[in-house]
Ligand binder design. Structure first.
Ligand SMILES: CC(C)(COP(=O)(O)OP(=O)(O)OC[C@H]1O[C@@H](n2cnc3c(N)ncnc32)[C@H](O)[C@@H]1OP(=O)(O)O)[C@@H](O)C(=O)NCCC(=O)NCCS
Length: 184
């Protein structure tokens, strides 16, 4: 990817599904089960009243990244989840992830989020992902050892946002599609 190329962010469309599958399938970051969950989230994001806010990044007519968030998390006043963020492995390191996460933060804050929480794996493979979150101002807030499997912790990265808590109903409001247990 040319360093100067600028992707555009837009709402997802049904025809983006194969690109989403391709993006989350490369690099060995996500298991087959997680790829299925990513596609389930994508499908649900297309539905009316979905709990998933979703954006894709398009570059030269190709979808090269995605981000999904939502909230408030049940029983919290204004904590939102960052469900998925991924960039095509041929396009990483060119600022697309930064654009996507900034858009998610803006969208979440405008919906009242005061914190955005990203849960990820503690495996060595994810060290660049941890560096990415930390560069974007996320604090490594907690870790549950051996959560996904022995030696595979769940790590929580949290960023404070300037949203104004709106006392929104939790994500279980009628007609709202419930998120699965996605690892973003
Ligand atoms: C994590 C991911 C979304 C980041 O997207 P990206 O387009 O590669 O990231 P960017 O190029 O926008 O980088 C943004 C910042 O993070 C930093 N960063 C990115 N990758 C980094 C790395 N490997 N090491 C250190 N810093 C890194 C960049 O230096 C940049 O900081 P800056 O803005 O201060 O210069 C992408 O690498 C990815 O899809 N990874 C695999 C899937 C994944 O881990 N998803 C996350 C949820 S589990």
């Amino acid at each position: 990817m040319a360093a100067s190329a600028q992707p555009t962010l837009r709402a997802p469309r049904a025809e983006d599904r194969d690109a989403v599958r391709r993006i989350v399938s490369t690099g060995g970051f996500f298991s087959a089960e997680e790829v299925d969950i990513a596609l389930e989230v994508f499908d649900e994001a297309l539905l009316p009243n979905s709990c998933y806010a979703y954006l894709v990044a398009e570059l030269h007519g190709q979808v090269v990244g995605l981000v999904s968030w939502g909230g408030p998390i049940e029983q919290t006043e204004s904590c939102f989840d960052l469900y998925w963020i991924a960039v095509d492995d041929t396009c990483r390191g060119h600022g697309i992830g930064a654009l996507l996460i900034a858009a998610a933060e803006k969208g979440a804050a405008s919906a009242g989020a005061t914190q955005l929480i990203a849960e990820t794996s503690g495996r060595r493979l994810y060290a660049p992902t941890h560096a990415f979150y930390q560069r974007r101002g996320y604090l490594r807030a907690a870790e549950l050892a051996d959560f996904y499997a022995r030696g595979d912790a769940k790590v929580f990265f949290v960023k404070r946002l300037k949203g104004k808590a709106q006392h929104l109903p939790p994500a279980s409001v009628e007609g709202c599609v419930q998120p699965s247990a996605a690892r973003d």
